[in-house]
Design a protein around this ligand. Structure first.
Ligand code: NAP
Length: 299
C-alpha cells in the first residue's frame, strides 16, 4: 500500500524539514498549510500543498482524505487542547492509521504543558501513536534570539548556569522521517503501535559554553547575559513578543536554570546511526543568520 503522509506545521522549523526530506525520497507528502499558494512556491512541484487550519473544521475533510500517516505539529500559539482535538478526531474518521507527534521532553509527567493532553487525546484514538519528546531546539537561537545575537552580540535569557541538552531540528526531522517510512520487519515481530522517544543532543551545555562556541565560530565576542526574569520579560515585551510567548520562554529558561533541562539520551544516535548534530556544527551551518551587516550609507 502507498503511504500518504500529511505534515502539519509544514512551514515551521521541524515540519518544513520533514517535508523536504520526504520529498527528497520522492515519497508522497502533503503539506497541510494555511496558505497553499505561498507554500507551493517554496516546496516545489513534488509536494502537494493543501489548505488546513486547526481552527477551521471545514478544512479537515479535504486535508485528511486518502492520508494514512500524520506528522502532527501543535502550533505554539494554540495552547487550548479543544482547538486540537477536532482535527485529531477528523483524522481518525478519515482513516489515518498512525500519528507521529512532535512533543516536548517531560510531557509524560508535566500536566501543565499542552503536549501532555495532546498525547492522551492521541492515545484515546486507538491508532498507532509515536511521541517524539524533544529537548530545546538549537534553532531557537536563529529565530527567537537571532536579533540579540546579530545586533547586540549577546545571548540574553534568564537560564542561570543551568545546562540544556539542545537538539538540532534537522535531527528531529530525520528521526520523524525514519519512523514515518519504516516498514515492520515481520521476522522480528511487529513494531509496537505506541512508542515514545526522548530526543536530545549528545551534551548538555550552559549558555556560557554556547556563547563561547558562537564567539569562536563567528569570530567576534558573543556574551551570555544571564538576565533576571523581570528584566528579561520587560526587554522581550519591548522587542514585540507577546505576553503568552514571553511567559512560555520564562517557563523554559527557569526549567533550565534549576537543572531540569539537562537530560541526555542516546536515542537520536541509535535511531539515525550517526552522532547528533553538535552546537558547533549548527552555528557553522547557520552562521549567515548572525552576520552583523552594517547598513550601507546612501548619498
Ligand atoms: N522550540 C523548542 O525548543 C521546542 C522543543 C520541543 C517541542 N517544541 C514544540 O514544537 C512545536 C513547534 O514546532 P516548530 O518550532 O517546528 O513550529 P514553528 O516553527 O513555530 O511553526 C508553527 C507552524 O504552525 C503553523 N500554524 C500556526 N497556526 C496554525 C493553525 N491555526 N492551523 C494550522 N497550522 C498553523 C504555522 O503555519 P503558518 O505558516 O501558516 O503560520 C507553522 O507552520 C510546538 O508544539 C512546541 O511546543 C518546541
Amino acid at each position: 500500500m502507498v503511504t500518504n503522509i500529511l505534515v502539519t506545521g509544514a512551514t515551521g522549523n521541524v515540519g518544513q524539514e520533514v517535508v523536504r526530506l520526504l520529498s527528497l525520497q520522492e515519497l508522497p507528502v502533503t503539506a497541510a498549510v494555511r496558505n497553499p499558494i505561498e507554500a507551493a512556491k517554496s516546496f516545489g512541484s513534488n509536494v502537494r500543498c493543501i489548505l488546513f487550519d486547526f481552527t477551521n473544521p471545514d478544512t479537515f475533510a479535504d486535508a485528511f482524505a486518502g492520508i494514512n500517516k500524520l506528522f502532527l505539529v501543535r502550533p505554539p500559539a494554540i495552547a487550548n487542547i479543544h482547538k486540537i482535538t477536532p482535527a485529531l478526531n477528523a483524522a481518525k474518521r478519515a482513516g489515518v492509521e498512525e500519528i507521529v507527534f512532535l512533543s516536548i521532553i517531560g510531557a509524560d509527567k508535566n500536566r501543565i504543558v499542552p503536549h501532555y493532553k495532546i498525547e492522551r487525546a492521541i492515545e484515546q484514538l486507538n491508532i498507532s501513536a509515536i511521541f517524539l519528546r524533544c529537548s530545546f531546539f538549537m534553532q531557537n537561537l536563529n529565530t527567537t534570539h537571532r536579533e540579540d545575537i546579530r545586533l547586540r552580540d549577546r545571548l540574553f535569557m534568564p537560564a542561570g548556569n543551568g545546562r540544556t541538552s539542545f537538539i538540532d531540528v534537522r535531527d528531529i526531522a530525520a528521526v520523524a522521517v525514519k519512523i514515518l517510512t519504516e516498514v515492520p520487519d515481520k521476522s522480528k515481530g511487529e513494531l509496537s503501535r505506541n512508542r515514545a522517544y526522548d530526543l536530545t543532543g549528545t551534551v548538555a551545555l550552559t549558555y556560557y559554553e554556547v556563547a563561547s562556541i558562537f564567539t569562536t565560530v563567528l569570530g567576534r565576542q558573543i556574551q551570555y547575559t544571564n538576565s533576571s526574569i523581570p528584566i528579561f520579560v520587560w526587554q522581550m515585551l519591548r522587542q514585540g513578543f507577546s505576553w503568552q510567548f514571553v511567559l512560555v520562554m520564562v517557563g523554559i529558561y527557569t526549567t533550565a536554570r534549576y537543572g531540569l533541562a539537562d537530560l541526555v539520551t542516546s536515542n537520536v544516535h541509535q535511531l539515525l546511526e550517526h552522532i547528533p548534530i553538535s552546537m558547533q556544527q549548527y552555528v557553522e551551518d547557520y552562521r549567515q543568520c548572525w552576520l552583523c551587516l552594517q547598513p550601507i550609507a546612501v548619498g
